[in-house]
Design a protein around this ligand. Structure first.
Ligand code: ZN
Length: 701
């Protein structure tokens, strides 16, 4: 099984502020998230801005906007238009915005940490030795080149020796190998005090099912390039009939894509959580050797399982049964080479980038090797690095300020709950109860994982990758029957992101997002509430989005809604789905409002909460006017500038077709027209392009 540090089930559940910006990585499971900074405990008086904000005079880059655009016609362009016209996406990126800007800074910081660790000649088994040697093994291109495919031979032989279906199923179960089925060990949705064994769909090399099935000309052309790439990888490894095998593989993955679930169904937590016994699974999905598979995954004897994409699990088992063994072997070989290409000689790495970076995303240039080495260390040894990172780069006072800001946002939602005109008293009181049990993790974990048993060698890159992958799998297995580790983090402190985990009813903000333009202790309060405040509100909003609302205060799936309130909520979200589905990301490619509705509810609710929190912070005094801008104007401009990004077409297409987040332009122009205060702040009138009549605005939280 391809091991993801971020399990597929969890990724589907854990909702984050933004899509992770991986430039040329293999598309993996639905991916992860972004996070939040803090605001001043008390609204600073206007004069408090004695120290300069990092951006502009008070935290907004006024030169970035296009004053020639009416705010009511296109607020994204009004706030960011000049920047958008002139900004050139760096050649080694497929998209770029504030998240990437901070990532670049974080990457530099982590490099200096790694280099300092390595320079200290640390003892074996210490975190310093592990991160220093992992990094060095990735950087040692000469050794990688001269070793050729030798380090991969044992794994490739495992595949070629698997000539029976039982043997193939056993390979599927091994960490680091492809599989039609993922196994994840997340918290049990019905009982968050224990872990569950979840089996779900997997197996595609392209980002999502539309890439195989759509008749769109661009996607058809990409399929041809993918076919060529599959053939190229197999020939590089010496497969004789590579072109024919590649056609078999594409046909196999296309058949898998046909039965896999679309995004909007995958993210439905009730549909995608189907407890079954092992015997029920064997009867429901015959044709796949489940016992061999679970045994090889070290899950022999597990009787209680959960199936995620139910019909897909059944149909993929059937696909497995009718696919010739040589095709399955060729597929495993290709997936292994493609998944490990960054650790193999240059010819593999270059082919991998030429497809996933250049062809798929339109990215002209690969990220520099040292940056990719930092990414690898973050992905595999993220906590040992994070521990050193926060000691050096996270001011302790940021944590306290952030906690205050979180409680400001909670207070704002409390007030708004009392004012909602569509909710009955019964559901309202349960919503208050859930809000009261929210917890926040800020900066870094209170408890760090112990990696000391992991062996990292300076001269063995592929070995390091394999041992780390196995280590993470074994770590999860070892705790399967133990009490749930609620202190665990799903992100690293050095990540620029944030998330909500419904099973813990918690919002989590890594240290590295607590920087300008998200959070700036010297910025105007309106700016901090509009930027990090809206991110915090977004994460809180996930607790009440179309999926998050299905979880109770203790994190269990539980229906706490009256049927009447559930009906009104669903009708309102349906209108939000329609609004976003009208946005066109690329010619002929519209946003999918159903895929993105959870994130869009988070954005809209988060903005409402943050604006209310800002209003409360003024204690009835008028907001100061700065540079001719009112407090409300600065709030909305700061929000719009957090989401000022530019995408290459390929990256934008992938986002729309495979991600739950809306493109950043619509994270601005989508929610604002549903907020009355935005109309007042910018005098938006009927006739403006984004104008929505008051009675038609979507009001949820
Ligand atoms: Zn989110």
């Amino acid at each position: 099984m391809r091991l993801l540090l971020w399990t597929a089930a969890l990724a589907a559940l854990v909702a984050c502020a933004a899509s992770p910006a991986r430039e040329d990585s293999v598309p993996a499971a639905p991916a992860a998230p972004i996070v939040t900074p803090a605001a001043p405990a008390d609204p600073p008086a206007p004069a408090a801005a004695a120290a300069h904000a990092a951006i502009g005079d008070f935290g907004v880059d006024l030169a970035a906007g296009d004053p020639g655009v009416r705010p009511g016609d296109d607020f994204f362009a009004y706030a960011n238009g000049k920047w958008y016209e002139s900004f050139v996406i760096p050649a080694d990126h497929s998209s770029f915005g504030p998240f990437n800007e901070l990532e670049e800074i974080s990457t530099e910081h982590v490099r200096s940490i790694i280099e300092a660790a390595a320079a200290a000649h640390p003892a074996g088994g210490t975190p310093e030795q592990q991160i220093g040697d992992y990094y060095a093994s990735f950087m040692d291109e000469q050794s990688i080149e001269s070793a050729g495919l030798a380090p991969a031979q044992a794994d490739l032989k495992r595949i070629s020796a698997a000539t029976s279906r039982e043997a193939l199923a056993r390979v599927f179960a091994l960490p680091g190998f492809a599989s039609l089925f993922d196994i994840d060990l997340p918290q049990d949705l019905h009982n968050p005090d224990r872990y569950a064994v979840v089996i779900g769909e997997s197996g595609l090399g392209l980002p999502d099912r539309d890439y195989y099935l759509s008749e769109d000309a661009t996607l058809k052309a990409l399929r041809e390039k993918y076919l060529a790439y599959v053939g190229q990888m197999l020939s590089l490894a010496g497969t004789a009939d590579a072109a024919a095998r590649a056609r078999d593989i594409l046909a196999f993955e296309t058949a898998a894509a046909k039965v896999q679930w679309p995004i909007d169904k995958r993210r439905d937590v009730e549909a995608a959580w189907n407890p079954r016994t092992r015997a029920q699974l064997v009867a429901f999905a015959p044709g796949f050797p489940w016992d061999a598979f679970l045994d090889a995954a070290q899950l022999a004897g597990r009787e209680q399982l959960v199936l995620a994409e139910l019909t897909a699990v059944r149909d993929l088992a059937e696909l497995f049964a009718r696919t010739p063994v040589p095709t399955l072997q060729a597929w495993l070989t290709f997936q292994y080479l493609s998944g490990h290409a960054p650790y193999l000689p240059r010819r593999f790495d270059a082919a991998h980038f030429a497809f996933y970076g250049a062809a798929l995303h339109g990215q002209p240039q690969q990220r520099e090797r040292w940056k990719r080495a930092v990414d690898e260390v973050n992905a595999t040894l993220g906590e040992p690095v994070g521990r050193l990172y926060v000691a050096q780069y996270f001011p302790p006072e940021s944590k306290a300020r952030m906690l205050t800001l979180v409680s400001d946002l909670q207070a704002a939602l409390n007030e708004r709950l009392d004012e909602l005109d569509w909710m009955t008293a019964e559901t309202r009181s349960r919503a208050h109860e859930k809000l009261a049990t929210f917890t926040a993790k800020i900066g870094y974990p209170d408890e760090w994982k112990d990696y000391s048993s992991l062996v990292i060698r300076r001269d063995e890159l592929l070995g390091n990758v394999q041992r780390t992958t196995e280590w993470h799998w074994n770590y999860q297995l070892a705790r399967l029957d133990k009490p749930v580790d609620r202190a665990e983090w799903q992100m690293n402190p050095q990540d620029i992101n944030a998330y909500y985990n419904p099973s813990n009813n918690e919002i989590v903000f890594p240290a590295a997002i607590l920087q300008p333009p998200f959070f700036d202790p010297n910025a105007d309060a309106a700016v901090n509430f509009g930027a990090i405040g809206a991110v915090i509100g977004h994460e809180i909003g996930h607790g009440f989005d179309d999926q998050g609302r299905k979880f109770g205060p203790d994190g269990a799936l539980e229906d706490w809604w009256t049927p009447q309130d559930a009906q009104v909520f669903t009708a309102r979200t349906a209108r939000l789905i329609r609004e976003y589905s009208a946005f066109e990301a690329l010619p002929g490619l519209k946003v999918n409002g159903a895929n993105t509705v959870g994130e869009n509810i988070g954005d809209l609710g988060g903005l409402n909460m943050a604006y209310e929190a800002y209003r409360i912070s003024l204690h009835g005094a008028p907001a100061p006017v700065i540079d001719g801008l009112t407090g409300s104007q600065r709030f909305f401009l700061a929000y719009a500038q957090v989401w000022r990004s530019k995408y290459r077409d390929g990256a934008l297409r992938e986002l729309v077709l495979s991600d739950v987040h809306s493109p950043d332009r619509f994270r601005v122009n989508g929610p604002l027209p549903n907020i009355d205060a935005w109309y007042e702040a910018f005098d938006v009138q009927p006739g403006d392009k984004l104008y929505i009549k008051p009675e038609q605005r979507v009001r949820i939280w």
